[in-house]
Design a protein around this ligand. Structure first.
Ligand code: NAI
Length: 245
């Protein structure tokens, strides 16, 4: 029996990078999946791939910053699977720009996607979990929620916000069988890195390489499963040693 046998999980940003790798791992542990993403093309392709491998999964195109669309995802999840057990609150965007050049609109969009949407999905999940007998939330923050770095102030502020949101939510529902934790990746080889110089990122990492999405997925599985049953309001940093420096 899998670690997530018959559990129902919503995964945001679930069709690319860390989210997609986690979706495959969750499925291999018996989970049923609702994959949420803005990218319809990737979403439809990934849904077909999973279904052809016998996974119970469907893709819903949505912008996680739109409250109505988020509500709709929960309605469709409950009507398809009858319950929700896990939210992997993982969608995000990067924003690399010197602060003096960052527009207010760019700041707002970064915080909206990387922090506000995390709230919207978590709140909707908590409402479902309170009706049932609990559940699990894993939020994707970043090692940049723990340390600063030049050129990505908006992103870092949002990710720091996710870490303290996670602490607060974990405490708020600790007695209601709702566990809330965060995963904090270092530099991981996914499309979010765009054109960023891989050699520079590898050299900045004590292990002298980028992480792979499956190395994050394994830690997410730990947080989403009963293996972490005594853990809430906290984070796991998986960063090749970056924040130990
Ligand atoms: P990715 O770009 O492969 O995946 C992110 C997904 O989120 C994309 O499919 C994108 O379409 C989706 N997305 C973006 N905005 C959205 C919105 N408003 N509504 C719905 N979906 C939206 O990148 P990756 O690396 O897999 O990112 C996953 C999470 O990991 C993000 O929160 C990111 O900030 C975080 N992270 C990534 C690191 C890395 O080095 N790759 C390092 C630390 C954190």
């Amino acid at each position: 029996m899998g670690k997530l046998q018959d559990k129902v999980a919503i995964i945001t940003g679930g069709v690319s990078g860390i989210g997609a790798e986690t979706a495959k791992l969750f499925a291999s542990e018996g989970a049923k999946l609702v994959l949420v993403d803005m990218n319809e093309e990737k979403g439809n392709a990934f849904e077909s791939e999973l279904k052809s491998n016998g996974v119970e999964a469907f893709f819903l195109q949505a912008d996680g910053t739109n409250e109505e669309q988020v509500k709709n995802i929960y309605t469709k999840t409950i009507s398809a699977f009858g319950k929700l057990d896990i939210l992997f609150n993982n969608a995000g965007i990067g924003a690399v720009k010197p602060t003096e050049e960052l527009t207010y609109a760019e700041w707002r969009r970064t915080v909206e996607v990387d922090l506000d949407a995390v709230f919207l999905f978590a709140q909707a999940a908590v409402k479902e979990f309170l009706k049932a007998d609990g559940g699990v939330i894993v939020n994707t923050a970043s090692m940049y929620g723990w340390v600063g770095s030049p050129g990505s102030a908006a992103y870092n502020a949002a990710k720091g916000g996710v870490i303290n949101f996670t602490r607060s939510l974990g405490l708020e529902y600790a007695e209601r069988n709702i566990r809330v934790n965060a995963i904090c990746p270092g530099f991981i080889e996914t499309p979010i890195l765009g054109e960023t110089d891989r050699e520079f990122l590898s050299n900045a990492t004590p292990m002298k390489r980028l992480g792979q999405a499956d190395e994050i997925a394994k830690a997410v599985l730990f947080l989403a499963s009963n293996d972490s049953s005594f853990m809430t309001g906290n984070s796991i940093i998986v960063d090749g040693g970056y924040t130990a420096q």
